[in-house]
Write a protein that binds this ligand. Structure first.
Ligand SMILES: NC(=O)c1ccc[n+]([C@@H]2O[C@H](COP(=O)([O-])OP(=O)(O)OC[C@H]3O[C@@H](n4cnc5c(N)ncnc54)[C@H](OP(=O)(O)O)[C@@H]3O)[C@@H](O)[C@H]2O)c1
Length: 239
């Protein structure tokens, strides 16, 4: 199975302007990859791309505004990537949110927002990019689920349902790539609490949280494994 250096890869990180996604973007950009960061807020994306490109000393991050709940915007994003680079090697499904509403107070609007962002959007984006990965003969797909994709928590039932759902979607996708013998790996990340407020390299994470750099280092390790190896579900928690 053919491998590829990260410095020859094109990556797309949804939600790459902030938090965990930003840490992924920094790590991949440092390794020389071209990285598209995409989410709703153009100003946030531009600031992240500007700051990190300055650090890299060259343009490796490219910002693109889109809403993962909108099919046409997903298709336009995929078109942009394929027209510009001709391929996508790495897709990180990181965009996500929680609406804290207990089961007795849950609203349709809250439920739909969470499901459309965390699960339906991922399905639409994967479906749009998948034929290009097959044609490319290479691809990695990383889904950012959560500890809440393994255990239920009373304060965020819709979030838990969406993150359990994302793991199920990832497993089905993994089974599909096995059946069609595609050179595509599917990783599901299930982090516990990650401190996305104290992100400076030497910052002390809040009690019970882990420093965001650990998630980025885990990504780089997972991607470095041989093409026939996949770390299926990656739990990473504060001990
Ligand atoms: N931090 C934790 O403790 C933790 C633990 C486990 C899992 N996670 C998961 O990790 C991922 C990243 O979270 P984070 O902690 O880094 O929080 P974050 O900074 O809030 O990141 C979430 C990202 O999702 C984007 N997003 C939200 N709605 C979107 C939409 N409709 N279309 C496109 N992008 C959208 C946001 O950008 P815009 O607002 O610009 O759209 C934002 O950049 C999430 O999936 C989260 O569930 C986080």
């Amino acid at each position: 199975m053919k491998g590829k250096k990260l410095s020859d890869q094109v990556a797309l990180i949804t939600g790459g302007g902030t938090g965990i996604g930003r840490a992924f973007a920094e790590a991949l950009g440092n390794a020389g990859a071209m990285v598209v960061i995409a989410s709703r807020r153009q100003d946030v994306l531009d600031r992240t791309a500007g700051d990190l490109n300055l650090k890299f000393g060259t343009e490796r991050l490219f910002s693109y505004a889109f809403d993962i709940r909108k099919r046409q915007e997903i298709d336009a994003l995929v078109d942009y990537v394929i027209k510009r680079w001709g391929r996508l090697d790495l897709l990180i499904n990181n965009s996500g949110l929680a609406v804290p509403e207990t089961v007795d107070a849950i609203t349709e609007a809250g439920w739909d927002q969470v499901m459309e962002t965390n699960v339906r959007g991922v399905m639409q984006l994967v479906r749009a990019i998948f034929p290009h990965m097959i044609a490319n003969g290479f691809g990695d797909i990383v889904n950012i689920s959560s500890q809440a994709g393994k255990h239920g928590y009373a304060d965020v039932p819709s979030y838990c349902a969406s993150k359990f759902g994302l793991i199920g979607f990832g497993e089905a996708l993994r089974d599909h790539v096995r059946r069609v013998v595609a050179n595509i790996r599917v990783f599901n990340f299930c982090p516990g609490l990650v401190d996305v407020e104290n992100t400076a390299p030497d910052a002390e994470p809040r009690p019970g949280f882990i420093h965001v750099s650990n998630v980025a280092r885990t990504l780089m390790y997972a991607l470095s494994l041989d093409r026939n190896v996949v770390l299926e579900d990656i739990g990473i928690y504060s001990r």
